[in-house]
Write a protein that binds this ligand. Structure first.
Ligand code: 5GP
Length: 126
């Protein structure tokens, strides 16, 4: 089945303008907006505008231009939020993939979180 994309997911609706979002930054290939349920003072989601399910789908199948556009927007967000190491105190970037990764929304996204000490890298529960 591979990386079958379901275009009824909530981030696809955000990209189509069907539901609102709190945009932080945007370029031709990616959109950054605030998480609706922030886990840190800065909690921004960066998503590609293309239809990619997960990090591995994006890394394997996106064009070079899409990958560069996505990564540059991540850097722009870190700087704009004041968490970049270039003047700020740092951040955590997380992407969850699939069932074992506990991914809720099946459109690839990177969480950029900071503005506080982020604690242990993972906290496992069954
Ligand atoms: P995941 O578990 O898939 O890595 O993370 C999904 C994230 O999307 C969660 O942090 C959740 O709070 C966020 N989220 C879910 N629905 C919406 C929405 O409608 N708008 C925004 N801005 N964030 C959402």
């Amino acid at each position: 089945m591979g990386f079958a994309y379901d275009d009824s997911n909530i981030f696809a609706k955000i990209l189509r303008g069907e539901i609102p979002n709190n945009t932080v930054a945007e370029n031709d290939h990616a959109l950054a907006f605030r998480d609706i349920s922030p886990k840190a003072p800065t909690h921004v989601l960066v998503i590609p505008k293309g239809a990619y399910v997960s990090f591995d789908d994006f890394s394997k199948n996106a064009s070079d231009a899409e990958i560069v556009g996505f990564m540059r927007l991540c850097a722009e967000v870190a700087a704009a939020e004041g968490v970049s190491l270039d003047g700020g105190n740092g951040f955590r970037a997380i992407t969850n993939a699939g069932e074992d990764g506990v991914q809720e929304v099946p459109h690839f996204h990177l969480h950029i979180m900071g503005g506080r000490m982020m604690g242990p890298m993972v906290s496992l529960r069954d």
